[in-house]
Design a protein. Structure first.
Length: 392
């Protein structure tokens, strides 16, 4: 087999890259270890930045998102018995977020790639990259796929990053002393916008996926087990952490899925080795507090598409050579914002009264200062794609 770009991973990064390349007349083959059913049902992120929404719409795969997604123009920070709204429509006019599940983005991209004759091979768990410095190729199930470049879009636990020789990558990592317990519940949302709630019992997040499905998260110990969290305990803890302002009542109902997520920050530099280019979770992980993971993946493949289009149009490798540095400017901005939101809103076992007062003071500043609230809003809805470019 032969293609121009061999893509490992059929998550949002790999599928969107394949589609954007197709729009530029560049061939690709996507190899995915899991089944189509698995990747289409895998519950992950659900908050899309303005830039991500724009990319999907401009690429012609945003029709269902536009019809079913839930635009939001603010979030609430809840602490100290009061709620404080961060109004995007006033602080960052013309920019918002859209709540639309990652699995729905994946469904839309798979359907479009197959309709366009794209090649996606599912259930190929034995992919191995070879010859990364020159004439790269991928092997799987006794087959060989030759390509000009390999795009490693196969996530944190994928095969592409480990295929880079020892000593090439610099790894930056921070593990947080808690995890998130996430649930999907078949109940209407209890509020119109996301609620980030901080209290002595820990952090809680009220979110949603549709007018009929709600998404909730609870801060739990890092060694928590789903067996320790029956439905009754989950709802009791959500009530204790969210029903902290007058007049707010949580709508409860059947829990249809639950999951545990470790909280970590991770960056591998550079995001390139030879003709292998890493994108999305293969290169970086952020704690989900800032809702940046999926959006960073979209930003990565947008940059990679332009770089590959430049290569095939002119033969120039200038944009490809700059790929890692270009992406990492945005990655580190998102890393800081995600760390900041995480430390601002969670409780830590190491907290003392002094640290808790500092945390409350910082929240008071964010919710009372126009400048501080604008900084949060600007980062949350997503910085422009030219972020980091030199200014006159």
């Amino acid at each position: 087999m032969r293609t121009q770009v061999g893509i490992v991973g059929a998550g949002p990064a790999g599928l969107l890259l394949s589609h954007l390349l197709h729009l530029r007349g560049i061939d690709s083959v996507v190899l995915e270890a899991r089944s189509r059913e698995y990747v289409e049902q895998r519950v992950r992120a659900g908050v899309l930045e303005q830039g991500t929404v724009d990319v999907l719409n401009e690429a012609g795969v945003g029709a269902r998102m536009s019809a079913e997604g839930l635009p939001h123009h603010g979030i609430e920070l809840r602490y100290g018995g009061a709620g404080h709204r961060i109004p995007f429509e006033r602080l960052v006019p013309g920019r918002a977020i859209t709540v639309y599940g990652q699995q729905e983005v994946v469904k839309d991209l798979i359907a479009r790639r197959l309709a366009d004759g794209g090649k996606i091979l599912f259930d190929v768990p034995d992919v191995v990259p070879h010859s990364l410095e020159a004439d790269p190729y991928l092997t799987f199930q006794g087959e060989r796929l030759d390509c000009d470049v390999i795009a490693g879009c196969d996530g944190f636990h994928g095969v592409c990053r480990p295929s880079i020789p020892d000593g090439v990558l610099s790894i930056f990592q921070r593990d947080y002393p808690f995890a998130w317990l996430g649930i999907l519940a078949q109940v209407p949302p209890s509020a119109e916008e996301l609620i980030y709630s901080r209290g002595d019992r820990g952090f809680a997040l009220h979110s949603m996926r549709s007018p009929e499905i709600s998404r909730f998260y609870l801060q739990v110990p890092p060694d928590a087990s789903l067996d320790d969290w029956p439905d009754e305990r989950i709802w009791a803890e959500l009530r204790a952490r969210l029903e902290t302002v007058p007049g707010f009542a949580l709508t409860e109902g059947p829990i249809i899925s639950r999951d545990l997520s470790a909280m970590r920050s991770f960056v591998a530099e550079p995001m390139r080795y030879g003709r292998l280019y890493l994108a999305g979770d293969a290169a970086h992980i952020v704690p989900p507090t800032g809702a940046k993971g999926l959006n960073l993946a979209v930003a990565d493949v947008r940059v990679l598409t332009e770089a590959l289009a430049g290569l095939y149009a002119t033969g120039s490798t200038e944009l490809l050579d700059a790929y890692s540095a270009t992406c990492l400017k945005r990655v580190w901005r998102a890393q800081h914002f995600s760390w900041w939101m995480t430390t601002l809103l969670h409780t830590f076992d190491t907290d003392d009264p002094y640290g808790r007062r500092l945390q409350t003071s910082h929240l008071d500043y964010v919710t009372s200062s126009e400048a501080a609230a604008t900084t949060l809003a600007e980062n949350y809805v997503g910085l422009p794609f030219d972020f980091g470019a030199p200014r006159d």
